[in-house]
Design a binder for this molecule. Sequence first.
Ligand code: NAX
Ligand code: ADP
Ligand code: K
Length: 501
Amino acid sequence: MNPLYSCAEIRAIEEAAAAALPDGVLMQRAGQAGANAALDLLPFSTAKARVLVLAGPGNNGGDALETAAHLAYAGAQVSILHFPPQSISSTERAVALQRAQTSDARFAELDLAEVAGTDWTLVVDGLFGLGLQRPLAGALRELALAVNGLTCSVLALDLPSGLDADTGAIVGPDGVAIHATHTATFIGNKPGLHTCDGRDYAGLVDVARLDIDIGHFAPARLHLNDVKFFSRHLRSRVHNSHKGSYGNVAVIGGARGMSGAPLLAARTALNSGAGRVYALFVEDPLPCDSGQPELMCRLADDFDMRSSTLVIGPGLGASRLASALLARAIASDSALLADADALNLLAAEPALQAALAQRPGGCVLTPHPLEAARLLGATIAEVQSDRVGAARKLAAKLNANVVLKGSGTVIAAPNGDAVINTTGNPALASAGTGDVLSGLCGSLLAQGWPLWEAALAGVWLHGMAADVLVTEGSGPIGLTASELVPAIRVALNRMVQHHGR
Ligand SMILES: NC(=O)C1=CN([C@@H]2O[C@H](COP(=O)(O)OP(=O)(O)OC[C@H]3O[C@@H](n4cnc5c(N)ncnc54)[C@H](O)[C@@H]3O)[C@@H](O)[C@H]2O)[C@@H](O)CC1
Ligand SMILES: Nc1ncnc2c1ncn2[C@@H]1O[C@H](COP(=O)(O)OP(=O)(O)O)[C@@H](O)[C@H]1O
Ligand SMILES: [K+]
């Protein structure tokens, strides 16, 4: 189910597969797959298409030369910008070069004004794939910037040149990458296409397995999120049920001046199916939430934490009282999700971290990159330069199911399993959407979902709600966290209708 492979894993699969095949077959298959993907992007009258193919010095360039030859034979007007290898290249790359040279494709000189000034139908990026070792510099950097200024489709072969296939970060310092609209990736899907800068730079990703025998693929520890991972917990409601059947959620937060955050989380918990929801305040509880009077607003200190699933952190603040509440929540047997200020308190108090790590039932943590960085004693840049690695590290350190938020949210379990989410969009980049996510995950926990599946489903539904709202025109600009709440309710009910038992 949507496995993702590291560079090292892809190289091992490729090596094993190549050993069982005649020389050059994999590059030929990659070139054919690239050409098929390109043809899908060209008009029916291929002869009118002007295609610029960038062929780098390694095997990614070999794939591009094969692709160029196929497109020329299909009748397209193909121009190749060829960057020959500095030393002897692979035999298959030399064969690919010959094939391109004997086709009608034109080998052009690098002329940035021509790149920028031609009305290309498509650019095929075969500069670099898995072998990128340093940032694009000099003429290659200028070429990438010129391509990024074009308005036509850009098809990346294997991955957009300049991007790190494992992490989705642009290889730097001060790096650039080709901004593709489509990526035909070879052998297996790669995490870097789906998180950090990957979602922006890879565009639509299609995997060409190159007919490699399935036996060469070891089981993956990293996947793209999929409804199949959690659908067995989607339950239709039985008639003979009542509010006690669907669990209690207590959202603990709301220090002075920050009452909105727990209300957003609590409203989401209620609207995504929890039977009873409490909004608990560190101090000065609101008498009620007039926008959602079903919520029970209380002082946190008086609350019996054993009775509910606990969502602690939204607007919690950093007071001694807040810290004491977090310690009580950690010590309780209740299902626990810690977010926002609870994560900052944890980062500042190693004793709380130790207590959390020893919780028999585990927990869910939902840090954004800054909160994750504080918990790891790292910088945001370090977290973002390897989001999957950072989420796994935190999950192992705190025995937690970690949701590292952001574009391509990473969910990691203490055992090292990890998933990258595919729903969601920049409409979510506004205050309060994280509170909505914590309330949603808490609600699923209260309804009996296990921690891992609640995190996967919560992140999926949260992103799906934002995707639907954007399709309807309510975003990405100006979408508010409150608007997600009814959209999540619809998404969850639809999902239960389709997949529920
Ligand atoms: N060998 C094969 O049969 C197959 C190869 N494949 C392709 O091969 C690619 C990997 O090939 P390679 O290992 O040759 O790697 P690349 O083609 O990605 O690049 C490696 C070359 O680029 C140079 N280089 C790296 N970074 C540079 C930079 N910033 N500036 C200038 N030069 C730089 C290296 O010195 C080396 O010559 C995959 O991504 C994939 O596209 C796959 O299609 C599967 C089949
Ligand atoms: N550009 C983006 N693309 C996809 N999801 C995003 C983007 N920006 C933010 N999000 C999501 O929005 C939520 C923001 O959470 P957070 O940063 O905690 O906000 P807040 O603390 O204001 O509630 C997370 O679920 C995050 O993954
Ligand atoms: K490429």
